[in-house]
Design a protein around this ligand. Structure first.
Ligand code: GLY
Length: 393
C-alpha cells in the first residue's frame, strides 16, 4: 500500500513537472517566431500598395485602409519592432514608406485613436532610434490633437461622437490605450497639461468603467454638463453587462502602462485586479486564447479572439515586472499565450493569411465586422510581446 502511494506521488510530480516544462519557451523559439514575422512582413510589404495600410484578409481578399482608419499605426509599429530585431533593410524602407503616409494623422483629432496611430508607430521609432529631432515634434502635435478632445468639466477624453442617440459624451475603455502618448509627450515636452489629462482620464475610468467584479463596461457615456455617467453599455460585446474580451485587455494594458509611467500604486492595484479577473474567470479556456466575450453565448463553441490574447500577453509581461507575488503567474500566463498563438492553429504559414501573422481575431461580432479574421493589431501586440520576451530570455 505504502509503495503504491509512493508511486502515485512520483507519477504526480513527474506529470506536473512535464506540464510545467512544456510551458517554458526558449530564446530559440522566440527567434523562430520573430524570423518568421520578418519574412512574412516582407511579403506583406510587397503586396501592400505604398499609400495604404493592411487591415485584414477576408473571404480570400486582402483588405487595406488609408491612414484615417484607427489601425493605420499598427503595421508600421510592428515593422519598427521587426527592424529593431533584424536590422533588415527592406523592413526599414517599408517603415519610412508608411511613415510618409501616416504622419498627417498627428493633426487628425476627429477620433481618439491618435495614440494607436502615432505612438505605436512614431513613438516606437523614437524609442528605437532616440531621434528626438525627427520624432518628438510629431508626438507633440499628436498629443495636442488628443488633448483637444478633453473636456476638463467631464474629466475624460471623448472617444466617440453622438452617433448613438443614447450618448452625450461617450468614452470607451479602449481609450486607456491613448494615454501613453500623452505621458510620452509630457516627458519630451514637460507639458503638465498632457500629464494631468492622462491622470484624470485614468482615474475617472477606474471609477466609472469598472464593475464590482473588476470587469469593465465597454462604453460609458457621461452627462456633458454634470460629468456624471448616465449610460453604461456595450458596442462590440455580447451584451451591456457582458465582459468583452478585448475591452478587458485594453484596460489591463492601459493601467499597466499608467503604473509604469507614473509609479502611482492605484494603477498597479487596478491592473492586478483586472489581471486576476481575466485569468481566474470560469470561462477562460485552457490555452488562454480568450473567447471573444467572456459571456459569449454557447461559450464552449464561441469564437476565440487572438487579438485579445496578444494584447493581454504583452500587458502581462510588463505587469510581471512590477507585480511581485504575482510576477511568476503573469509571466507564465503570457508565455503560455504566446506559445499557443505561435501554434499552427493561430499562426499563419509563410505567404498565407494575406501575409498577416495571426489568424482568428474578432473585430466586432455584433456588427458583423471582421469576424474570425487576421487583424493588424493582433499582429502588432504579438510581435511586441515576442520582443519583450526576446529581451528577457
Ligand atoms: N478600439 C476598437 C477595438 O478594439 O475594436
Amino acid at each position: 500500500m505504502k509503495k503504491f502511494s509512493f508511486l502515485i506521488m512520483v507519477a504526480l510530480i513527474v506529470g506536473c513537472t512535464t506540464k510545467k516544462d512544456e510551458k517554458i519557451i526558449t530564446k530559440e523559439f522566440i527567434e523562430t517566431q520573430l524570423n518568421f514575422s520578418v519574412e512574412q512582413y516582407k511579403l506583406m510589404a510587397e503586396a501592400c500598395p505604398d499609400s495604404l495600410f493592411p487591415r485584414t484578409f477576408q473571404n480570400g481578399r486582402f483588405v487595406t485602409s488609408d491612414s484615417r482608419w484607427w489601425c493605420s499605426g499598427f503595421y508600421p509599429g510592428a515593422l519598427v519592432y521587426l527592424y529593431e530585431y533584424s536590422k533588415d533593410n527592406t523592413i526599414e524602407a517599408e517603415i519610412y514608406n508608411k511613415f510618409e503616409y501616416l504622419e498627417k494623422e498627428k493633426l487628425n483629432s476627429s477620433d481618439h485613436d491618435i495614440g494607436f496611430k502615432i505612438n505605436c508607430s512614431f513613438g516606437n521609432m523614437l524609442r528605437v532610434t532616440k531621434d528626438t529631432i525627427k520624432y518628438a515634434p510629431i508626438l507633440k502635435d499628436a498629443a495636442i490633437s488628443l488633448l483637444s478632445r478633453y473636456n476638463p468639466d467631464v474629466g475624460v477624453i471623448r472617444s466617440w461622437g453622438r452617433w448613438n442617440k443614447a450618448w452625450q459624451y461617450a468614452v470607451i475603455i479602449d481609450n486607456m490605450m491613448n494615454l501613453e502618448l500623452l505621458l510620452v509627450a509630457d516627458k519630451l515636452e514637460g507639458n503638465k497639461e498632457f500629464y494631468d489629462c492622462a491622470i484624470s482620464h485614468a482615474d475617472k475610468t477606474r471609477e466609472n468603467h469598472y464593475r464590482k467584479d473588476n470587469s469593465t463596461w465597454h462604453v460609458v457615456s457621461y452627462d456633458s454638463v454634470t460629468g456624471i455617467p448616465h449610460v453604461k453599455q456595450t458596442h462590440q460585446g455580447q451584451a451591456n453587462e457582458s465582459a468583452w474580451a478585448r475591452g478587458q485587455a485594453w484596460g489591463l494594458y492601459g493601467y499597466t502602462v499608467m503604473y509604469r509611467e507614473t509609479g502611482e500604486q492605484k494603477y498597479l492595484d487596478q491592473a492586478i485586479k483586472v489581471a486576476e479577473y481575466m485569468l481566474n474567470h470560469k470561462n477562460v479556456p485552457d490555452d488562454l486564447i480568450f473567447y471573444w466575450d467572456y459571456d459569449a453565448k454557447d461559450i464552449s463553441n464561441a469564437l476565440r479572439d487572438a487579438s485579445a490574447a496578444a494584447i493581454t500577453a504583452s500587458a502581462l509581461i510588463t505587469l510581471s515586472e512590477y507585480a511581485e507575488l504575482k510576477s511568476d503567474k503573469y509571466l507564465t500566463a503570457a508565455k503560455e499565450i504566446i506559445k499557443n498563438l505561435s501554434s499552427p492553429k493561430y499562426r499563419a504559414e509563410s505567404g498565407e493569411n494575406g501575409n498577416f501573422l495571426l489568424k482568428h481575431s474578432v473585430g466586432s461580432l455584433p456588427n458583423n465586422s471582421e469576424v474570425d479574421v487576421p487583424l493588424s493589431y493582433a499582429d502588432y501586440y504579438y510581435v511586441e510581446a515576442l520582443m519583450k520576451l526576446y529581451r528577457k530570455i
